[in-house]
Ligand binder design. Structure first.
Ligand SMILES: O=C(CO)[C@H](O)[C@H](O)COP(=O)(O)O
Length: 250
């Protein structure tokens, strides 16, 4: 599988998003990874202040404890680049976001299995109808077999994003135990795009690549480097080497 290196724009300077995006592409990035988080700080506020008769529990639940960007930012960035915008939706109701993200110009729409147990078929159908590439992500505590039905469906997801940290924040420590999921997926689905996200850097890329990941998301290690192009190049070499030798089979 082809290597796709996707800097996480969560670590960029949001006040200069377009120029940061151009810089990453100049440094050799294939995709730009956009983290969409719905933030549950407000949920606690609302839970204590709004009587439950005004909104359902589902309306109050949010997926991650951080609030980032939404479709308007994707729409603004799209005016400045034709790059593949790899959108990772860490939100409670992914179906509500499909049309706005399609219209905004998102390229990939990756939603969480934990937030879509009842409606993933409908989400995939609408993502494709909106012209985006569907993907599914799983949190560290979720078993990998939960995503098999979405890969084996007649309208399948085209990428699986294995979280290697708890979703919510950049700069966390890579969880090597998640590599069992990556190896299992790679052995079962040799031509699937498998993405890893969280704590990837020069010291963790070999393990991720040799387990079978071909799409690499990294924020701190790329944006924090003196030479981001060098880090991107290290990632690419690791993935290409591992894919050539099929290292996960050993
Ligand atoms: O999805 C994310 C957090 O939920 C980020 O994309 C991820 O953590 C990347 O950041 P870093 O490379 O700094 O760990």
């Amino acid at each position: 599988m082809e290597a796709k290196i996707a800097p996480s724009m969560l670590s960029s300077d949001f006040s200069n998003l377009a120029s940061e995006a151009h810089y990453m592409l100049q440094c050799g990035a294939d995709w730009l990874h956009m983290d969409i988080m719905d933030g549950y700080v407000t949920m606690l506020f609302f839970a204590f202040t709004i009587p439950s008769c005004f909104c359902s529990m589902n309306d109050m639940m949010h997926f991650v404890p951080n609030l980032t960007i939404g479709a308007p930012v994707i729409q603004s960035l799209r005016k400045h680049t034709t790059a593949y915008l790899d959108c990772h939706l860490m939100v409670t109701n992914p179906l509500d976001y499909v049309e706005p993200f399609g219209k905004a110009g998102a390229s990939g729409f990756t939603f969480h299995i934990e937030a879509s147990k009842d409606n993933w078929k409908e989400i995939i159908r609408r993502v494709k109808a909106a012209g985006m590439r569907p993907g599914v992500s799983l949190k560290p505590g979720t078993s990998v077999d939960e995503v098999y039905p979405l890969i084996e469906d007649e309208e399948p997801v085209q990428i699986v994003l294995v979280m290697t940290v708890e979703p919510g924040f950049g700069g966390q420590k890579f969880m090597p135990e998640m590599m069992d999921k990556v190896r299992t997926l790679r052995k079962k689905y040799p031509s699937l795009d498998i993405e890893v996200d969280g704590g990837l850097g020069p010291s963790t890329i070999e393990l991720a690549a040799s387990s079978g990941a071909n799409c690499i998301v990294a924020g701190s290690s790329i944006f924090g480097a003196k030479e981001p192009a060098e880090v991107i190049s290290i990632f690419r070499k690791s993935v290409e080497g591992a894919q050539q030798n099929k290292q996960w089979q050993r």
